[in-house]
Design a protein around this ligand. Structure first.
Ligand SMILES: *[C@@H]1O[C@H](CO)[C@@H](O)[C@H](O)[C@H]1NC(C)=O
Ligand SMILES: *[C@@H]1O[C@H](CO)[C@@H](O)[C@H](O)[C@H]1NC(C)=O
Ligand SMILES: *[C@@H]1O[C@H](CO)[C@@H](O)[C@H](O)[C@H]1NC(C)=O
Length: 534
């Protein structure tokens, strides 16, 4: 009797899978949507190594190993007569059993790469998950040259349209009931895209996770450029080698690590730290070689690094780099001697449409004024979130406090700007907008502290699959939207070589984490969030 039932059940399951597979394959002709071509529709079992040989000449991921049985749908959607967005839609077999959720993912840097690890993890958790290339393929700004429609896609439209087409595809594919809730998650440029949705089209999402957002983009490009210029090329008087940056890092730790009561190389609140680089100044006759000290031009450059940037007429452009940052990343991408691609390609191809434009010969503060005109909507610094609040869309913002590329102080300022613009206390903002500073998180992933929070682009971390996803940033957002249980903390973990070595419950701003004074600081239980001052 029993074995008969099992046989019948497995026959039914096999039949359901056969149906799923054939409906998936049929999408190539059955899914009809305006301005949209189906490029691929195929059934892909969990554990498949999906490869993208067409991306070989780019810096985008060339393969990803899937974690769910799913239908893969790849689409080409025209956003105008001269632009298009390439999309991937991962449709897991167990979608209906997992809350009928939709998840949109973000891009990074100059866009152009689909964040496949986010898609794979979203599908594993049962979300119908979408990624898109932000209107152009590859992580350079060259496709912007003389193509305003492509720039518009990068600023907001690719996200907007990929969301609408993606939702249509999901609702078409799964018969007998539509998407119940829609989510977004992205970091860096992806964080900016999330804030763009929150500011301009919140109706599209129920919950948005925005990490380390590249908002206030003109100021960010300006300060990134300034940082490159103040340190110059290797050999220039103010340039620092990577070794010298490591010394600066130790100096800041010596000056500030004590403030939070724990000497762990992590600052709970870098705002309280005012580094004094003069501590490393060489006396006459001394040198780096002889005394590991720094020259006057180097010391002055470091001082400027920890100052905000102002533009023409004294206009505030961007906050300072937070102290005890991830200098290695900053060095690699920004101040090692070549200008960062983000501002240079943006200025060169989008702002000036001039392939010969360069930061070293053409940058001045008028460039920033032109950028601030915000012709394409990249700025993403609207501090009136009334639409978002009106639509009951939730935003969870977090930012790593050792982010070497985008100063976390920008996120504090945005939060407080919203508070002033809307005339709301932090308690009132809690209803729709929560901000979590994450000590010891670098730019989006890795770091010295409990950096892993289960958010965008963190899902390539070895060992993360062993963790219960229920306290991830993603599922915390789901609980907020679907059960009304809003997150008061974000669970953070430090993962080294696939092993969790410390944990911390990161407090919601403006609360702060206080060490209780005794016990292992690697245990979350030895810390507490202070009482909130509203
Ligand atoms: C997936 O395939 C690519 C291309 O053949 C290969 O480079 C990569 O190592 C493979 N990854 C795994 C995990 O098998
Ligand atoms: C996408 O569609 C556009 C416009 O129809 C076309 O020019 C382009 O070649 C297509 N791209 C791909 C990868 O199919
Ligand atoms: C919801 O958001 C849309 C934009 O997506 C906006 O037009 C509309 O006014 C908002 N609704 C409310 C009640 O604020």
């Amino acid at each position: 009797m029993k074995s008969y039932y099992i046989l019948a059940l497995s026959c039914a399951a096999a039949e359901a899978l056969a149906d799923f597979r054939s409906e998936c394959a049929a999408l190539s002709t059955s899914f009809i949507h305006e301005n949209t071509d189906v490029l691929i529709s195929e059934y892909v079992p969990a554990g498949t190594n999906l490869t993208f040989p067409e991306l070989a000449a780019t810096t985008c991921d060339e393969f990803v190993v899937t974690l769910a049985d799913m239908c893969r749908l790849k689409l080409n959607h025209s956003t105008s007569s001269t632009s298009r967005v390439i999309m991937e839609v991962f449709l897991p077999t167990d979608w209906k059993l997992n809350g009928r959720r939709f998840l949109m993912t973000g891009n990074s840097g100059l866009g152009g790469c689909i964040s496949y690890s986010d898609l794979v993890f979203g599908a594993k958790l049962g979300f119908a998950t979408v990624g898109h290339d932000n209107g152009h393929t590859g992580a350079t700004g060259l496709p912007f040259l003389n193509r305003p429609e492509v720039i518009k896609d990068f600023a907001w439209r690719a996200l907007y349209e990929a969301g609408r087409v993606g939702r249509a595809a999901v609702n078409f594919f799964y018969t007998g009931g539509n998407i119940r809730k829609s989510y977004y998650m992205g970091c860096s440029t992806g964080g900016r895209q999330g804030m763009k949705a929150a500011q301009d089209f919140p109706e599209e999402y129920d919950g948005i996770i925005s990490a380390a957002p590249a908002i206030r983009s003109a100021g960010l490009s300006a300060i990134t450029t300034k940082t490159h210029l103040i340190f110059g090329k290797p050999g220039s008087p103010s340039h620092l080698t990577l070794e010298q940056w490591a010394r600066v890092h130790r100096m800041v730790a010596e000056q500030c690590d004590w403030i939070d009561g724990v000497l762990d190389g992590v600052l709970e609140d870098p705002m309280k730290c005012q580094p004094r680089p003069e501590a490393l100044l060489c006396k006459s006759g001394q040198s780096w070689g002889s005394h590991q000290c720094l020259s006057l031009p180097q010391v002055k450059a470091i001082r400027e690094f920890y100052q905000p940037m102002y533009g023409n007429g004294g206009k505030f452009l961007f906050p300072r780099m937070q102290p005890l940052t991830h200098e290695f990343l900053g060095f690699l991408i920004n101040y090692g001697g070549t200008p960062s691609k983000f501002p240079e390609h943006w200025y060169r191809y989008a702002l000036f449409s001039n392939p010969d434009w360069s930061i070293s010969s053409d940058f001045n503060l008028d460039v920033v004024d032109k950028d601030l005109e915000d012709q394409y909507g990249l700025e993403t610094y609207n501090t009136d979130l009334s639409y978002q609040k009106g639509n009951r869309t939730k935003v969870l913002l977090y930012h790593g406090l050792t982010d070497g590329l985008i100063s976390s102080e920008n996120s504090y300022e945005y939060y407080n700007d919203v508070s002033r613009t809307m005339g709301l206390t932090s308690k009132e903002m809690d209803e729709f907008f929560r901000f979590f500073p994450i000590p010891g998180l670098d730019h989006c992933f890795t770091g010295n502290g409990a950096w892993y929070v289960g958010g965008p682009v963190q899902f390539e971390t070895p060992g993360f699959l062993a963790l219960d996803p229920s306290d991830s940033a993603l599922m915390s957002m789901v609980k907020w939207v679907e059960d009304g249980v809003a997150p008061d903390i974000l669970k953070g973990r430090k993962i080294v070589d696939g092993v969790v070595v410390s944990e911390k419950n990161h407090c919601k701003y403006p609360k702060q984490n206080i060490y209780k004074g005794s016990g292992d600081p690697n245990l979350a239980s030895n810390w507490k969030c202070n009482s909130e001052l509203v």
